[in-house]
Design a protein around this ligand. Structure first.
Ligand code: MG
Length: 232
């Protein structure tokens, strides 16, 4: 019996790709770059490479940001600042544009509200920096939906490390078998959760969390009066 639901944040509840694409577009335009699909793809490629280097402990969080700018900007015709402080200030300009584009996927707050009403305990497990993910949850109005919030920098383990999922279910006071983890990454979320003994639901890239989870839980959907039964 599932008593608790664990959620990934970026790409699952929060439209990271939409916000980052908008942020990168505003940021690069302000630097004089003609923003093309290729430039945005390069932005995401650098993000993937260096965020993973941070996640696996090879570089620090600020350094992964600097490395992204160092890799990307010269090829787009932008001169790089020479010192870290100036690179950090430059990245802040991206972050301001990224933050102003933050939004959840449609229906997410209604979904979480309904799941709480149905009696599920709700947890969040996200890879990222404590400061940024906390700020994001607050800005999105998501913080109060969760009984437990685990941010990988804070707990010291990143998904797919089973210890990250163990921390989540322990904090939720359920067993792994009683928790369904919902996320968009086949490795960090789905495989990681299953390896740690949780049930897992992968949100396909062409689907959304509300429709996918509603179907998986076999209930009529957010704010439907007939919605009542947790899954067995
Ligand atoms: Mg994700």
């Amino acid at each position: 019996m599932i008593h608790a639901l664990g959620f990934d944040l970026d790409g699952t509840l929060f439209d990271h790709r939409g916000a980052a694409a908008r942020g990168a577009s505003v940021f690069l335009s302000a630097l004089g770059v003609t923003v093309t699909d290729a430039a945005i793809d390069a932005w995401f490629a650098a993000e993937a490479v260096y965020f993973e280097q941070w996640r696996s402990g090879r570089i620090g969080f600020a350094e992964q940001r600097r490395a992204r700018l160092r890799e990307l900007l010269p090829g787009l015709g932008v001169d790089l600042p020479h010192d870290d402080a100036a690179l950090d200030a430059l990245f802040e300009r991206y972050l301001a544009a990224y933050r102003s584009a933050w939004k959840t996927f449609p229906g997410v707050r209604d979904l979480l509200d309904d799941l709480r009403r149905q009696g599920y305990r709700l947890g969040l497990l996200t890879n990222g920096s404590t400061a940024q993910q906390t700020q994001k949850l607050e800005a999105l109005g998501l913080t109060d939906f969760f009984d437990v919030i685990c941010i990988s920098e804070q707990i010291g383990h990143h998904k797919p490390d089973p210890r990250a999922f163990a921390e989540l279910v322990e904090s939720l006071d359920v067993s792994g078998a009683e928790c369904l983890f919902v996320g968009d990454d086949p490795v960090s979320d789905a495989a990681g959760a299953r390896a740690a003994g949780l049930a897992a639901l992968l949100i396909p890239s062409d689907a959304d969390v509300v429709a996918t989870l509603t179907r998986a839980l076999a209930y009529p959907g957010p704010h439907c009066p007939a919605a009542s039964r947790p899954i067995a």
